[in-house]
Design a protein around this ligand. Structure first.
Ligand code: ATP
Length: 341
């Protein structure tokens, strides 16, 4: 184990997740390549935002990072320890003390029949943390931490608002004091009016507890605001990782540029960079670069070879044979893309 690997809270190395495809509820012979060759490290206290179109593998990546999805191959390490080589009980302990997960919809993520007190106590009971009195005290602490009054403890999750329910879910994810929180679309099921409150709560908790966070969202502006580093995914692959402040202007991957150009106001384009055709199926990814069927820069090389990871400076990695050059504006990229159509 390298010193760097031990410092990282979580590390994925060459992780693949392949599912059996289903049709009409039955398994077929096809395979779904949900995650392909993912390499990613999460350092202490940093927030990594994950962006990409629907079905590109964001939730799979999140589930792998919290031990809910076993990789088909590759390694997932917490604090330098490969969690899938551990016994089941050691893995449960390692996961519980390392990471917590907040899902999109707190209405389905929480047990509706348990009072909030018990929802928050559950992880403490399962992991036999402290005495009963200490667990009760921790429940009170958690309510305060997520900004809920003690009076909600006896209510059921269905008796509080959606925003309060998501606060309970965040409290539950933090019960075992993990150092990494995985938030998968934590605000998309909430009313627009409470979204900012939940995002601010996550930022406060990060500050207060020194948490690292993986923040998955379709909302690119929010990812950029919340994150230190941005990871772009396309068809199960991580195609770019870079500092949040470098996107979109210094992003090298044409897909990152196209994705961010669809967000008005970032580089002030008139229209998004046009992409040709639909996202290919995750059961039949194209040869070579997965993005090449929609990319205006693609040539024969892109069809033949998956681009190797290229680095630029310490924090910037991308996989592209024909990266966007420095200083090229979205307006120029739009006209290049239009010429190819
Ligand atoms: N249990 C499963 N069985 C079969 N295919 C699956 C399973 N889970 C995910 N997939 C497929 O794997 C691919 C990646 O799914 P995933 O949910 O990770 O994408 P996503 O980027 O989070 O999508 P969204 O933004 O819509 O939530 C998709 O093609 C999805 O249909």
């Amino acid at each position: 184990m390298t010193a760097q690997a031990a410092q990282n809270l979580a590390e994925l190395a060459g992780v693949h997740v392949v599912h059996k495809a289903r049709s009409g509820g039955l398994f077929t012979r096809d395979r779904v390549y949900a995650l392909t060759g993912a390499d990613l490290s999460i350092g202490s206290g940093e927030t990594v935002g994950v962006v990409g179109e629907s079905g590109c593998g964001k939730s799979t990546l999140a589930k792998v990072l919290v031990g809910l999805q076993k990789p088909t191959s590759g390694t997932v390490s917490f604090g330098g320890q490969d969690i899938w080589s551990m016994s089941n009980s050691a893995r449960r302990r390692a996961i519980g003390s390392s990471t917590g997960m907040v899902f999109q919809d707190p209405s389905t993520a929480l047990n509706r029949r348990l009072p909030i007190r018990q929802v928050l106590r559950d992880p403490l009971d399962v992991h036999a943390v402290g005495t009963v009195r200490e667990r009760e005290e921790r429940v009170r602490e958690l309510l305060g931490l997520v900004g809920l009054p003690a009076s909600v403890a006896d209510l059921l999750p269905g008796q509080v608002s959606g925003g309060q329910r998501q606060r309970v879910a965040i409290g539950r994810a933090l019960a075992l004091r993990p150092r990494l929180l995985i938030a998968d679309e934590p605000t998309s099921a909430l009313d627009v009016s409470v979204r900012a409150q939940i995002l601010n709560l996550l930022l406060d908790l990060k500050e207060q507890l020194g948490l690292a966070m993986v923040f998955v969202s379709h909302d690119i502006q929010t990812v950029r605001r919340m994150s230190d580093r941005v990871v772009t995914m396309y068809l199960g692959r991580i195609v770019e990782q870079t500092q949040a402040e470098a996107v979109p202007a210094r992003a090298r991957h044409p897909y990152t540029r196209a994705l961010f150009s669809a967000t008005p106001g970032l580089l002030s384009p008139v229209d998004p960079i046009p992409l040709t055709g639909p996202v290919p199926s995750a059961t039949r990814p194209p040869s070579g670069c997965p993005f090449r069927t929609r990319c205006w820069k693609a040539d024969d090389l892109c069809a033949e070879e998956m681009p190797a990871a290229r680095s630029e400076g310490e924090d910037h990695l991308f996989r592209c044979h024909h990266p966007v050059l420095d200083g090229v504006t979205d307006v120029e990229l739009i006209s290049q893309a239009q010429e190819r159509q």
